[in-house]
Design a protein around this ligand. Structure first.
Ligand SMILES: [Mg+2]
Length: 211
């Protein structure tokens, strides 16, 4: 018997984010950064951001590395606060998923996110939609990241997913492409068109005889 489930990204789906916010807030206190753009911040942190998200670097090592590269003249606590203050919860998505959970309390809902310790801890505290999920797979713990297949394979095994009966929701075309190639049902989420998700969800629920 089919076991339908949901597999959902976090960034730009459950919460919008804007690295410019961190970059411009940090800029006046950074010896290295002057203009405060996210492109500049990303360039300065380029060599440590990916290893951090892939779980090859812990929070402390990342913070030490970031503090040095930015020439940040503040404490690690202050840098952590700036690094994490980039998210805005997506209220429309939270509402839809809360309603779905009420309609189908037994439907398994899992997260699949490229993230790292500091952001995940922050999101768990400040983004209420995360509490609707039965856990998930996170790149820094899985030591694999989207759009690679490995993290999807880990999710299939760990969350006991049947791709054909799992609706994968993500905002990035490359992640959607991998999921599609692996046989998942997919929805390419657009923060500016939440209605499209509502329609896709209803269609998928009908496909899975869950209405
Ligand atoms: Mg995303």
């Amino acid at each position: 018997m089919a076991r339908p489930a949901l597999l959902c990204d976090i960034g730009k789906v459950l919460a919008d984010f804007d690295f410019n916010r961190a970059a411009s807030a940090a800029a006046p206190r950074c010896r290295a950064a002057t203009e405060g753009s996210s492109a500049e911040l990303n360039a300065l942190l380029e060599d440590i951001k990916l290893p951090y998200e892939n779980g090859d670097m812990d929070d402390e090592t990342f913070l030490t590395g970031a503090k040095t590269r930015l020439g940040f003249e503040g404490s690690r606590t202050e840098l952590t606060a700036l690094w994490c203050d980039i998210f805005t919860p997506n209220a429309a998505m939270e509402q839809s998923l809360r309603a779905l959970k009420q309609r189908h309390p037994a439907l398994p809902m899992h997260l699949l996110s490229n993230t790292a310790g500091l952001h995940l801890a922050h999101l768990q505290e400040h983004c209420p939609a995360l509490s609707l999920f039965d856990g998930g797979v996170f790149s820094h713990l899985a030591k694999a990241s989207k759009p690679g297949q490995r993290i999807f394979e880990i999710a299939i095994e760990q969350c006991q997913l049947e791709p054909a009966h799992t609706l994968f929701i993500d905002d990035l075309p490359a992640n959607i492409a991998t999921a599609k190639a692996m046989g998942f049902a997919v929805h390419h989420y657009d923060l500016h068109n939440h209605q499209a998700f509502e329609h896709r969800l209803e269609q998928w629920l009908r496909d899975e005889d869950l209405t």
